[in-house]
Write a protein that binds this ligand. Structure first.
Ligand code: CDP
Ligand code: MG
Length: 162
């Protein structure tokens, strides 16, 4: 089934000039860009986006992280796109994210160091919707309907190589 997913390159990804590298991976995988914008994130927007985490002990650090600088937010589409993109993104904790995934290749962090309090956000470079319900809710939080562009690409066509 054709699905759309909401992706955010978080402030560390923008600061480290990894926007092109990350988007290149998704385009190479055949995913279609439906919308894209660079923006700062207000605390209110963070609370909407992370509504399932507001109230958890780690939430304040996550809000501090996502509001710390501009993010690149976009919508990608493709067959089974949500699962495919999550596989490309990798596990939440960079230290556990497999090599070859975006988090595994670019987001490794060395803190908190042993003995340090675990009071820092997990800076893992990228967000991607986890389920179809989450994707629908997140796309509506970040984009209005008229900002989503539907179009055909040449690679959408069935061709014969006879
Ligand atoms: O992003 P993902 O869906 O993989 O993970 P999540 O469990 O939905 O958590 C959302 C985000 O909150 C993570 O990507 C981390 O940046 C952050 N987080 C954190 O800083 N500390 C935690 N203990 C859990 C999540
Ligand atoms: Mg999540």
């Amino acid at each position: 089934m054709y699905e759309k997913s909401l992706i955010i390159i978080k402030p560390d990804g923008v600061q480290r000039s990894l926007v092109g590298t990350v988007i290149n991976r998704f385009e190479n995988a055949g995913l279609k860009i439906h919308a894209m914008k660079l923006q700062n994130v207000a605390a209110e927007q963070s609370k909407k986006h992370y509504s399932e985490h507001v109230g958890k002990a780690f939430y304040p650090t996550v809000e501090e992280y996502i509001t710390s600088g501009p993010v690149m937010v976009f919508v990608l589409g493709g067959v089974s796109a949500i699962k495919k993109i999550r596989a490309m993104v990798g596990a939440t904790e960079p230290a556990s994210a497999l090599p070859g995934t975006i988090r595994g290749d670019f987001a490794h962090q060395s803190y908190p160091a042993p003995g340090e309090p675990d009071d820092k956000p997990i800076r893992n470079l990228i967000h991607a919707s986890a389920t179809p319900d989450e994707a629908a809710a997140e796309i509506a939080i970040w984009f209005s309907e008229d900002e989503l562009v539907d179009y055909d690409k040449v690679t959408d066509q069935q061709v014969s190589f006879k």
